[in-house]
Design a protein around this ligand. Structure first.
Ligand SMILES: *Cc1c(COP(=O)(O)O)cnc(C)c1O
Length: 475
């Protein structure tokens, strides 16, 4: 055994051999950062030492570079993959926060690429040749789309809520209904964001019912604002009461106080006709009298991560001047994506077709059934020996804390592996290239075509093949 160790190739020779590979992979090795490549080769050689110790080799010839090459190349190629990478989302959850929320429209992707590769008029006024404002590029669009007087965009909606409270309510009280003290995804909680902003939360009402008189009797000389928070990720049903925005506005107005509304997801479109229950749009919140409205850019709006703030000019101007704004400001890539996305909304039909989040949310069952049949057909052609493949009715979700109760009817492609467990298949698919994420239901791995592009069906097949019908070493 000890003589076998001496036949392990030296790291420099192994590296040179890798880089001399004539294939496409060889090109990837040659252009990879050298230190990373060397670490991976060393790790591979360490693996060989362990295997020798475990008695995996009997013959020095097995340790010659040509014999090792296919395995070493595969090992290094795996290690060179970026940590942050594409996945196939077959969960049917459209705004999946763990998988990047919204996909950008093609127009937005192009705008991002251009802003990334070239200089731009980010803060440069082309009319005067002098310094301009980065917000001017989307402010007009946001005002036109929501009917607000002014607008500002920050890093995300959590930042939007923080800066609004910090600007308007620091050291003073904000009145919020007990039924609206929401927590989003574990880390965003209204009471905690409020504490950070230095505003003092004044809870009113009971968990299930809050009346106008509850707000009114809580108003004192310390009150800075009344706030409404959209209960985006839960629904209260039964014996419940919330005060509608127009009534809240009338009350606040008579005391000279502003009304802040955190819409959460906040869409610019209504989805009642698509079988989704009425959620208030940003323009409705503005029309109903909210003085400041905040919402996310990358939830149902389908744009980049951003926190959009629209409202009365005097208030927005104060927020723009807040020092926090410098820390929370959006970057040029976000701005490019946001402007391109918002432009699509100037024509609601265009937005429905081109904004992927909206298109997926409103996809027809007829179209989804056809896509499921197409995907199932493709998989049956190649994988019937390894899989039992069926199509059945199921439900997708909007996700991202929007439309929490709404089941979107869909058709699921359900896979039952013949030789491994469903759980083993699910886990193995997490390390394919690209990884494929489905969901396990009724002892099958279910793939929802709603969140897959048609062009991704071939990648789904490839991922399944990597697990169920792996090719020989070195392909
Ligand atoms: C999602 C959400 C937020 C946080 O928005 P991010 O864009 O994730 O920062 C805040 N408030 C409500 C009501 C939400 O639904």
């Amino acid at each position: 055994m000890s003589t076998l160790f001496r036949h392990i190739p030296p790291v420099d020779q192994a590296l040179a051999a890798l880089c001399a590979e004539p294939s496409l992979a060889g090109e990837a090795f040659r252009s990879a950062p050298r230190p990373l490549l060397k670490d991976l080769v060393n790790a591979f050689l360490d693996l060989l030492r362990e295997e020798i110790r475990a008695g995996a080799f009997s013959d020095a010839a097995q340790l010659a570079l040509p014999a090792l090459m296919p395995r070493m190349a595969a090992y290094v190629r795996q290690g060179l993959r970026p940590r942050f990478r594409r996945v196939l989302n077959a969960t049917g959850v459209v705004v999946h926060t763990n998988m990047g929320r919204s996909l950008l429209a093609r127009e937005a992707v192009e705008a991002v690429a251009s802003a990334a590769a070239h200089y731009s008029n980010l803060e440069f006024d082309l009319a005067t040749g002098e310094r301009g404002s980065r917000y001017s590029h989307v402010e007009e669009l946001l005002c036109r789309l929501t009917g607000a007087e002014a607008a500002l965009v920050v890093n995300n909606n959590a930042a939007a809520v923080l800066i609004v409270l910090d600007t308007l309510c620091k050291g003073r009280e904000v009145i919020v209904s007990r039924g609206q003290l929401v927590e989003i995804g574990g880390s965003f909680r209204i009471p905690e964001v409020m504490a950070k902003s230095g505003a003092v939360l004044r809870e009113v009402g009971a968990t299930n019912r809050t009346h106008l008189r509850d707000y009114e009797s809580a108003i004192t000389s310390d009150t800075a604002a009344l706030m409404k928070v959209h209960t985006s990720n839960y629904r209260m049903t039964g014996f419940v009461k919330e005060v509608p925005l127009p009534e809240l506005k009338a009350l606040a107005g008579s005391y000279g106080l502003p009304v802040i509304e955190d819409l959460g997801s906040g869409s610019l479109l209504r989805f009642d006709g698509d079988g989704l229950p009425g959620e208030p749009t940003a323009q409705e919140a503005v029309a109903d009298g909210a003085d400041v409205v905040t919402f996310s850019g990358d939830k149902v709006l389908g744009g980049p991560q951003a926190g959009i703030i629209v409202g009365r000019r005097e208030i927005i101007e104060r927020i723009k001047k807040n020092q926090l704004n410098r820390a929370l400001r959006i970057d040029k890539l976000t701005l490019a994506a946001l402007e391109a996305t918002l432009r699509l909304y100037l024509d609601p039909d265009l937005a429905r077709k081109r904004v992927p989040t909206v298109a997926m949310m409103t996809a027809s069952l007829v179209a989804l059934r056809a896509q499921a049949a197409r995907l199932a057909g493709l998989l049956r052609k190649h994988l019937t020996e390894a899989l039992e493949i069926g199509v059945r009715a199921g439900a997708s979700r909007v996700g991202g804390g929007a439309f929490p109760e709404a089941d979107l009817p869909t058709a699921l492609v359900c896979l039952k592996p013949r030789n491994i467990s469903v759980e083993a298949l699910r886990v193995a698919l997490l390390s394919t290239d690209p990884p494929l994420v489905g969901r396990v239901e009724d002892d099958a791995l279910c793939l929802d075509p709603r969140t897959l592009e048609n062009s991704e069906h071939a990648l789904v097949l490839s991922a399944l093949r990597q697990v169920l019908a792996p090719k020989q070493d070195g392909e």
